[in-house]
Design a protein around this ligand. Structure first.
Ligand SMILES: Nc1ncnc2c1ncn2[C@@H]1O[C@H](COP(=O)(O)OP(=O)(O)O)[C@@H](O)[C@H]1O
Ligand SMILES: [Mg+2]
Length: 218
């Protein structure tokens, strides 16, 4: 079976196309929180969704990496590869990762194009002041008193995306409301089904690949 055919059959099986939704933003912006809401809501809507949190991966896949420029690039590259593989498997991957450098994010986007996968970049656009006020893990306090080096926004740069698919503001709104904006954008781009769960196999397939899939079933 060709790789294309396998992909078509997986799409029919799952009733969805795999893709990567990458949440970038400062520490404390709300990436993990929104990512968890998104994952939960997508699963509730009968989608196969998986949250890939950079912090979690730093304890495993990326445990050999620190926060130097080159280690950050490698961290994002590996996460990007993992996203691509999962997206090819048909999963809706939600990556929650600061990915502070435009270049690193661009490479992940290009890699998705090579793999034939959709890449949606969402800027969780929370100001540095607001992130410092939240400081959910006390990291800004440590970065400012000097006990934590190379901290994004304080002692390392954050290059905000210039042309993300969507910017989501979070100040003064609930995480569920921010997640709803992301879902609405995915629906608007026809990357996921609408809120009403439909029967699996209802995703329309391109006529050509449908004929191929039928030929294989015979
Ligand atoms: N609209 C919102 N979206 C996401 N998080 C929010 C929002 N409003 C307030 N918060 C709070 O901001 C903090 C974000 O933390 P977290 O999700 O761990 O950030 P990150 O993963 O970007 O470092 C949490 O304490 C969360 O409750
Ligand atoms: Mg996080």
């Amino acid at each position: 079976m060709s790789a294309l055919l396998a992909q078509v059959m997986r799409t029919g099986l799952l009733g969805q196309q795999g893709l990567t939704v990458w949440l970038t933003g400062l520490s404390g912006a709300g990436k993990s929180t929104i990512g968890a809401c998104l994952e939960q809501e997508l699963i509730a809507r009968h989608h196969l969704a998986y949250l890939l949190d950079a912090d979690v991966q730093r304890a495993g896949l990326n445990r050999d990496l620190g926060f130097s420029r080159s280690d950050r690039a490698e961290n994002v590259r590996r996460l990007g590869e993992l996203c691509g593989v999962l997206a090819q498997s048909g999963t809706i991957v939600i990556a929650a990762a600061i990915a502070p450098y435009e270049e690193d994010r661009r490479l992940v986007r290009e890699r998705h194009t090579e793999l034939g996968c959709t890449f949606v970049e969402i800027h969780v656009d929370t100001s540095l002041d607001e992130c410092m006020r939240r400081d959910p893990k006390g990291l800004y306090r440590r970065a400012i008193d000097g006990s934590l080096a190379q901290f994004t926004g304080i002692s390392a740069p954050y290059e905000a995306p210039r042309a993300p698919e969507l910017r989501v503001a979070t100040a003064g709104c609930a995480p569920q409301a921010s997640a709803a904006l992301v879902l609405a954008e995915l629906e608007r781009r026809e990357l996921i089904r609408g809120a009403t769960p439909r029967v699996i196999h209802s995703l329309p397939l391109d006529a050509l690949v449908r004929r191929k899939a039928e030929a294989l079933r015979r």
